[in-house]
Design a protein around this ligand. Sequence first.
Ligand code: NAD
Length: 497
Amino acid sequence: MANQPAGIPDLIPHYIDGERVPSVDGDTFGVLNPVTNEDYTVAASGKQADIDLAVAAATRAFHEGPWPRMKNRERARILSRIADIVESRDQELAQLESWDSGLPITQAKGQAQRAAENFRFFADLIVAGRDDTYKVPGSQVNYVNRKPKGVAGLITPWNTPFMLESWKLGPALASGCTVVLKPAEFTPLSASLWAGIFEEAELPAGVFNLVNGFGETAGDALVKHPDVPLISFTGESSTGKLIFGNAAPHLKALSMELGGKSPAVVFADADLDAAIDSTLFGVFSLNGERCTAGSRILVERSIYEEFLERYAERAKRIVVGDPHDPTTEVGALVHPEHFDKVMSYVEIGKQEGRLLAGGGRPEGLPEGNYVAPTVFADVAPDARIFQEEIFGPVVSITPFDSDEEALELANNTRYGLAAYIWTNNLKRAHLFSQNVEAGMVWLNSHNVRDLRSPFGGVKASGLGHEGGYRSLDFYSDQQAVHITLGDVHTARFGASA
Ligand code: NAD
């Protein structure tokens, strides 16, 4: 196939206990390229038996191997090596990611840098880390004995897959856990790089295990495995709910990074040029397949018509095309199933809003999962395109007349992942930020991450916040050890007769 990167394997295997292996039952599934929608290889299709082997390997590595018992500095050294290797493979990763997911090549570049940073950051954090000690004068000294929780089950989605896997792998490994990763079935290619990277960095065998396969089989078996005490999941809110229920009988620790329908609120006093650049990037970068996309733009009425005109004009000029082409700004959506879903929302939007740009396939691209950047104006809050996550290059724009109305509209969905506020009024900026129902707020910017800050959503967008020390806390138990100094006063039961 044209532009196919070199070295694509005939089979993307599992990686269990340091070995690349097929499925126990030999089953595979096709992996397609979103430009042609033709299968270019197959991946091993994991089931309960494969998950059992992976969990057994991770359990052995946890109980008998060196990883959880290493000094933080030793673990950090390996994590830093992983970061260096990941970074050195930026070009290769970008090619594979773009090929497998349809992400424009210019946006796939840099994903390795971001992934590397996740390992480097957690390497630094565990070396600099400290735990609490509490003194009760004359009677106790109590300290926290931090220890890794065990085998971590990591379940990831298909948007920027390698980078999102690193968000979980970095802190899980830094904490001393061993892991079983179940990457998304649409995009298993880049995850297959991890095995070689970890081997080169000399991560002990069995610490990292990977099982490819579908959510309903491999993912489900991981969630229900009794020897996996924690699951870190990123994906759709509906899948999150299902996993929550399935994990409940086992009382597992859960970290849930779920969907979003984030508002970008543009007040009349904002820097309009910057707001237009940023709100375009915020929804159309990464093909619109980004959890924190600012996919509902709320604009103060006095600048509404000007905003619409300028925004739509720019949206029409966004370059849609072959992900491999460096001039492409929006590539091909990941899979025909997802393409159909996004297209169905485009049709719904035509009934619910005023179409200003896009509205279907771009001209000249009759094949592949291409959607023209689509802008709907005058979208009412009860519209489905206002309420539901589309996860593609589609945006709805709604006017507002007052701060109160803007806040009411911003909070008027079941989601609460991110919010973007554009204003130069300091009081308004902070009051609005503090009242908006979102796990993360950016003032006068799109999503620019600081790895120390909490990451996560509220409402249907997630449970628990990761980021910085919070991630290490999720993968660690914090046992309280109480040391008694001197005599302890004890009521003497049974001593009165
Ligand atoms: P998805 O929920 O369909 O799948 C995510 C993962 O879960 C896949 O690996 C899938 O195989 C697995 N899975 C599916 N059913 C399962 C089950 N019953 N048991 C165990 N595992 C199961 O999500 P997706 O379509 O791959 O990803 C897109 C979604 O992810 C969007 O909603 C997006 O907003 C969300 N997302 C959230 C964040 C965040 O940080 N909040 C980041 C990226 C993506």
